[in-house]
Ligand binder design. Structure first.
Ligand SMILES: [Zn+2]
Length: 332
């Protein structure tokens, strides 16, 4: 059996044999950037990323093309003794998982970045490739997080929007400008409800469209919302001056955290719906079952809780930010 691909976890995720960082916060020579959210990006010398995300990085952060190594999904790429392939992660449009194979002995590693197990409306369908070592995000890694299907949650959101319109209110959907906003736009478009988007959200929608996402051309919010339309804008933006012209707003937040009691008060909105761009707890387990790894590292969110659950299921699993390697040693 080949030795595992070396992984260093001090100061981020680093693969020394491939001289490659995975979604590092600080600038490095070579980095894989899984998707366009700011907490996964820095201005690296060279960036390996998916072709659609390369376009999004250029639009969002003005990255010069010479720094980008855009790969088609599943296209093999030779890098310092490894074959790299990217697979869709299903998190937001263009989001990717990276799979490495060490050419000398066939050892493999998969890093998921942020991912979703079920297909949403705008991101590509996730593809889970088998790997010996799995590094996975576990944002919702506790059993209480079981999301409704996209059909159920879309139905609830549309009920909210239609009721607001019938009662003469302006429906406002709060969604992050990249990812959730496009998902909200897709839900409204399917139901033929017109939407206006704030500038950041419109800009990211245009970037996704140019990168290949099947979305309508965004209509820009210019101070008022036409009758019969819905406004899509970022969380907590309604108190800003430029939204003063929105009459009788009725707001809803779209977030997986909706499942936490009291979330609606925390987000200061009238309603909250569990539309998430991450895997829920069963989705995380499903990913592990499909990837069939020999060892697992959990890296975001409820890392220790999910690693404990995986060990209970007889996986060799540990979390990046805990003492559970010691706990594991003591258990043996
Ligand atoms: Zn993300």
């Amino acid at each position: 059996m080949p030795e595992p691909i070396q992984l260093e976890t001090k100061d981020g995720l680093y693969l020394p044999e491939a001289d490659l960082w995975l979604d590092p916060h600080r600038k490095h020579r070579w980095a894989f950037v899984s998707h366009g959210h700011a907490d996964h990006f820095a201005r690296h010398d060279r960036i390996i990323t998916s072709k659609p995300n390369a376009h999004i990085l250029r639009a969002r952060y003005n990255v010069t093309p010479s720094r980008l190594e855009p790969l088609e999904f599943q296209q093999p790429f030779d890098h310092k003794g490894f074959t790299i392939r990217l697979f869709p992660a299903g998190h937001i449009y263009g989001s990717a998982m990276i799979h490495l194979t060490r050419k000398s002995d066939g050892a493999t590693l998969l890093y998921t970045g942020d991912f979703k197990a079920r297909r949403g409306l705008t991101a590509e369908e996730p593809v889970f490739r088998q790997a010996d070592t799995l590094i996975m995000e576990t944002t919702f890694g506790k059993p209480q997080f079981v999301f409704p299907t996209i059909t159920e949650v879309s139905g609830d959101i549309l009920n909210f929007v239609n009721t607001a319109l019938e009662e003469g209110a302006t429906p406002v959907l709060h969604a992050y400008s990249l990812g959730k906003a496009q998902e909200a736009l897709a839900i409204l478009t399917e139901a033929r409800i017109p939407a206006v988007l704030n500038s950041a959200t419109a800009k990211m929608t245009t970037a996704c469209r140019e990168a290949g996402a099947g979305l309508p051309e965004p209509v820009l919010f210019q101070g008022t919302v036409p009758a019969g339309s819905c406004l899509i804008c970022p969380p907590n933006s309604l108190h800003k001056d430029k939204y003063k012209g929105v009459e009788n707003p009725r707001s809803a937040m779209l977030s997986g955290w909706a499942l936490i009691p009291g979330a609606k008060y925390r987000y200061r909105c009238d309603a909250i719906f569990p539309l998430s761009d991450h895997a829920d707890f069963p989705g995380l387990l499903e990913a592990v079952n499909r990837i069939r790894p020999k060892r697992i590292l959990t890296v975001h969110g409820f890392t220790q809780e999910f690693a404990t659950e995986l060990r209970r299921l007889n996986h060799d699993a540990w979390s990046i930010d805990g003492d559970d390697q010691l706990e594991l040693a003591l258990r043996v």
